[in-house]
Design a protein around this ligand. Structure first.
Ligand code: NAD
Length: 423
């Protein structure tokens, strides 16, 4: 604890943590740490004092080699002081550590979000089962689990099989439903398939859980496009739902199934609504899925990114690590039972901005602007401004990435394995 009684060595410690060589108090570049020291060190008695700072110091030492950026160190410090010790991101929080040793089943675990979730749950010490039929019309990709394939159980089954689900929901502590027919345009071409997977499949899961494992915590993923055109901004969880495509309509109704089962049978179920998730392990090769991932794929190939109209409509985007963190936090808290949350990014960007920033961060590609095609105009919803206040308040969840830092991290991933994603 010597460090807290000597100005020079204190900054030395902070300097190491944030990767800066300057040691003088005034020179410390991290405003958050400065603030915290002012709050907790200079006024030790009033603020809980040196003991709190000592905790911070211990925590900082444990995170110092993980290459955190300055703001993440700041957040880590805040978390440590708030008593939710340990790590976030590369760093584990106390809440997250309770996943250790738990049995987790992820339907759709070969897909974009499900596979990222599987990686994270494994890192946190969970026993992971992936339940996925590798539907060729969805974004599943075996390469998504290449590094963890020997550490997870993989069941190649369909959520349309009630028998298989009934067998496999037993003895699980957590079930995340990431299986879905995930293409908006496909749902308009093949509405029956979308209805089956996105509505009937969810009933299968809920009914299997009700009959064979009512104690499990079930987390279902919804989508912000359930709302359709917004009546007010930012839209929150009480906003009405008038979806403009079949996929979003089925996501809307299946969310209600989840809440009906929660209320009627006292099941522990939660819905996390996401929007425009991007990052590693996505279907960047196809316009059928999330537009921002497709932009990333086009940029990597040095191709044109086509933006309809002026591209001024605002969108919420979220890096997949932030989405995964929201899913896990919601699973670990009782406060989320019977509730729906938007896990949305803090900032909103226009489609044009997203396209331009993608080209800039990936370092290739070009943005062009064309008139709206009729088929797309009819399902376009205008600005989609979403509030993340509820999840922030109840779960203390915070998105970690803005668009630029998220794209840079995404680029690092695809650079090592692009051929597996550009089929
Ligand atoms: N990606 C986004 O931006 C976004 C936004 C909002 C909501 N969501 C929701 O998040 C969840 C995951 O989406 P994603 O982007 O990872 O999709 P994805 O297409 O990458 O993954 C879906 C996975 O589900 C599997 N699957 C499809 N039908 C199945 C079935 N009948 N039985 C078993 N497995 C089946 C697929 O094989 C695939 O691996 C979905 O519920 C989606 O609606 C995604």
């Amino acid at each position: 604890m010597r460090v807290f009684f000597c100005q020079e060595s204190r900054w030395q410690v902070y300097g190491q943590v944030i990767g800066c060589s300057r040691r003088g108090g005034r020179g410390c570049p991290n405003g958050i740490i400065n603030r915290i020291v002012a709050r907790y060190y200079r006024y030790p008695r009033q603020q809980g004092g040196r003991k709190a700072v000592a905790e911070v110091y211990k925590g900082l030492l444990s995170v110092q080699n993980v290459g955190l950026c300055k703001t993440r160190v700041g957040e880590a410090v805040e978390l440590l002081l708030a008593g939710t010790l340990q790590q976030k991101g590369n760093v584990m929080t106390a809440e997250f550590s309770s996943l250790h040793g738990k049995k987790v089943m992820i339907t759709g675990g070969l897909g974009f979000i499900g596979s990222n979730l599987a990686h994270r749950c494994l890192e946190l010490g969970a026993e992971v089962t992936i339940y996925d039929c590798l539907d060729p019309r969805s974004g599943g990709n075996l390469y998504n689990i290449e590094q963890i394939k020997d550490s997870v159980e993989i069941l190649y089954h369909n959520i349309l099989s009630f028998e298989q689900l009934s067998q496999h929901v037993v003895r699980k502590d957590f079930i995340f439903n990431c299986a879905a027919s995930t293409s908006h345009p496909f749902s308009m071409r093949e509405p029956w398939i979308d209805l089956d997977v996105n509505s009937r499949g969810v009933i299968n899961l809920l009914e299997a859980i009700r009959r064979f494992n009512q104690a499990v915590k079930f987390v279902h993923i919804g989508t912000s496009t359930q709302l359709g055109r917004l009546n007010y901004e930012p839209a929150d969880e009480n906003h009405s739902e008038f979806p403009t495509d079949i996929y979003s309509a089925n996501k809307s109704v299946s969310e209600k199934f989840v809440l009906i089962y929660a209320n009627t049978y006292q099941m522990k179920t939660t819905v996390i609504r996401l929007s425009n998730v991007y990052g590693p392990r996505a279907s960047i090769h196809s316009p059928e899925f999330t537009f921002n991932n497709y932009f990333i794929g086009l940029a990597f190939q040095g191709k044109e990114i086509t933006v309809f109209g002026d591209g001024k409509q605002l969108r919420n985007t979220i890096h997949v690590d932030d989405a995964v963190e929201a899913l896990i936090l919601s699973a670990l808290s009782d406060k989320t039972d019977k509730e729906t949350f938007f896990a949305a990014g803090d900032q909103h960007y226009s489609v044009a901005q997203i396209a331009e920033e993608t080209v800039k961060c990936i370092g290739s590609g070009k943005v062009t602007y064309v008139d709206w095609p009729k088929s797309r105009k009819s399902i376009e919803i205008g600005n989609a401004i979403i509030s993340n206040q509820k999840i922030k308040k109840i779960l203390n969840w915070r998105p970690r990435y803005d668009l630029q830092s998220g794209l840079i991290k995404t680029k690092e991933y695809y650079e090592t394995c692009l051929t597996h994603y550009l089929r």
